[in-house]
Design a protein around this ligand. Structure first.
Ligand code: C2E
Ligand code: MG
Ligand code: MG
Length: 565
């Protein structure tokens, strides 16, 4: 089904006929020139027509080879017929004692052998190519097409201008099923869901032409074509949600699953496949929201925000495509001004080289489903750099990277961390992942599971901007947290009175009771430092002792630190 959307273009049909016409013209010229006694005068020299026979014959042979190479089987059949049909005239001439055609006879035989060899080679390599292509476009677990196949198909449909919709389907609370029955049984459940949806698509019961794919883990997508109205589109999508109502039996246990679905349509919502997919994804996240759990949600521009947001989104895409993301490193120190480590902070340059702060682009990237690409870029770059520095200076500095909650909730985050550690050589204990308290808002189970997996890797976990979000002391016990980062707003308020200072002191004390280290963020003034020292803070990060800096400047700081040690 995907072959029609393959980005490799077939040779045009007119070329096929042009090659045949050229071949026939060549044959006529070969016959005429070989029988002619005439000459052509060139620079006072007489050149017999017969000497041109070889040139015309070469053109004919070239046409045959091009037919086979460009048009595969049909080209091979036509070339073979053409070559075989030129034997009888050659044989008749030999019978009539015209032996000048004998070389032509052998050339023909050689040509036939040549095109048979080329054809065989083409068939064999096409087989390999198809096999590799199939493997690259198939999800290993479910056997469904994978996300690359979806992207290829969407791009193909957009090229053809054929309207379609893409739906992103996420199975609700799947992690808890995995936890309850184990990963292997969870996989069996996924295979059953995939099978059920594939059969539904094949049956045509949805009334539309559907292409079901597995994006990753418990996330699927469906491309819906041949849809005449918005209502029909919704009904078609509802069929997929309804198909889950029947229980799934895995290892003698019954499960009833539900899904959150978001969808977007071409050309109404966007003309770009990536954007469409991200819009459908945003709609799915919207459907998954607390009050909408299990709903089907159509993408609406309000889910993204205003025109500023849309402009920012295109800037982010362009920066991602053109490598205009980079990172700064902001040092963290203990109270004796010894270097603890660095926090990697993303930076983006726009087309004119203007640097945009993460406060502006991260919220937009989160909504557009692009934040994981930014996080990944920062994490890979910073771990590689700090990994090198750690080896060079035998240092025990910690690298903190920010992970957006949305990124954390996506499948594959833990694998990305593992990949970053593996490729950089940075010891897991020297990598810290900063997450915000908002992990409590959505899909808590999945977040907790992911954080546990990170902790199992040996990676440290920090709660960023602590105190600004959904502070609940009880959840801190649920996470294997190592560090609390007190938000700058509390540090600024410490000036305003004893009560505010005691508030920070209380946070620090609770952190210590729970065995966490405490980092104060945004320390700008010496007074703040003194107050923090007095109330027992462990580390500070702020402009007072270090602004975000380039990796080169950070390397210099590490060098100075290593000399001091
Ligand atoms: P954050 O993780 O709380 O990072 C600290 C922010 O406070 C940084 O702003 C830093 O430059 C700023 N800061 C540090 N010390 C001081 C100070 O003394 N005074 C003041 N006024 N500001 C200080 P930045 O770099 O603009 O980052 C803003 C936020 O963007 C970060 O807050 C973080 O939530 C997010 N962010 C940055 N990089 C990434 C990233 O790679 N991925 C994700 N998901 N989020 C990121
Ligand atoms: Mg941070
Ligand atoms: Mg912070």
């Amino acid at each position: 089904m995907l072959d029609e959307f393959s980005p490799v273009k077939a040779a045009p049909v007119w070329g096929f006929f042009a090659l045949i016409a050229l071949y026939m013209a060549g044959i006529i010229l070969v016959n005429k020139s070989s029988a002619s006694e005439g000459v052509i005068m060139l620079s006072n020299q007489a050149i017999p027509h017969r000497t041109l026979t070889g040139a015309f014959s070469s053109i004919c042979n070239l046409c045959m080879v091009m037919l086979v190479v460009l048009y595969k089987k049909p080209g091979f059949v036509v070339a073979l017929i053409a070559l075989l049909s030129s034997f009888p005239p050659l044989i008749i001439r030999v019978i009539h004692q015209n032996f000048s055609t004998i070389p032509g006879f052998f050339t023909n035989i050689l040509m036939i052998i040549t095109i048979i060899i080329i054809n065989k080679y083409i068939i064999r390599s096409a087989g390999y190519q198809q096999k590799i292509r199939d493997q690259a476009l198939t999800d290993r677990l479910t056997g469904l097409p994978n996300r690359f196949a979806v992207s290829e198909m969407m791009s193909g449909l957009i090229r053809k201008g054929e309207p379609f919709a893409v739906a992103v389907i996420n199975l609700n609370s799947f992690q808890s099923i995995n936890n309850a029955i184990g990963q292997q049984a969870g996989d069996k459940a996924l295979i059953q869901v995939a099978d059920r949806w594939q059969k539904l698509a094949d049956s045509g019961k949805t009334g539309t032409k559907d292409f079901v794919a597995c994006q990753s883990g418990n996330e699927f997508s469906v491309i819906i074509r041949d849809c005449t109205s918005e209502e029909q589109l919704r009904q078609s999508i509802e069929c997929y949600a309804d198909a889950l109502k029947e229980k799934i039996v895995v290892d003698d246990s019954d499960f009833v699953l539900s899904a959150s679905v978001g969808y977007a349509a071409y050309p109404a919502d966007s003309q770009e496949s990536d954007t469409l997919f991200n819009y459908a994804y945003s709609a799915m996240v919207h459907a998954k929201g607390k009050d909408h759990s299990g709903c089907i949600s159509r993408f609406q521009k309000e889910m993204l925000g205003n025109s500023h947001t849309i402009e920012m989104e295109s800037k982010i895409r362009s920066a991602l495509e053109n490598g205009r993301f980079f990172y700064n490193l902001q040092p963290q120190f203990d109270m004796d001004h010894r270097l603890r480590g660095f926090e990697a902070l993303a930076r983006m340059k726009d087309e004119s080289g203007y640097i945009i702060s993460p406060g502006e682009f991260i919220p937009v990237a989160e909504k557009a489903g692009l934040v994981d690409l930014i996080d990944r870029e920062v994490m890979l770059g910073a771990t590689r750099f700090i990994g090198e520095m750690v080896q060079k200076y035998h240092s025990d500095v910690v690298l903190s990277v920010n992970a957006s909650v949305r990124h954390l909730l996506r499948n594959g985050f833990v694998d990305e961390v593992r990949e970053a550690l593996h490729s950089s050589g940075l010891p897991a204990g020297q990598l810290e992942i900063e997450i915000t308290e908002s992990v409590m808002i959505d899909s808590v189970e999945k977040a907790i599971d992911c954080i546990h997996q990170l902790a199992e890797l040996g990676v440290r976990i920090a709660i960023d901007d602590f105190g600004t979000g959904y502070s609940s002391l009880s959840y801190l016990n649920t996470f294997p947290v190592d560090v609390l980062k007190v938000d700058q707003s509390f540090i600024i308020k410490m000036h305003s009175g004893e009560a505010s200072k005691q508030y920070v002191a209380a946070i620090i004390a609770i952190g210590h009771v729970m065995n966490f280290q405490v980092v104060a963020e945004g320390v700008e003034e010496a007074d703040q430092l003194e107050d923090l020292r007095e109330i027992g803070c462990d580390y500070i990060q702020g402009f007072l002792w270090g602004k975000p800096m380039s990796p080169e400047a950070a390397a210099q700081l590490m060098e100075e630190e290593s000399k001091r040690a």
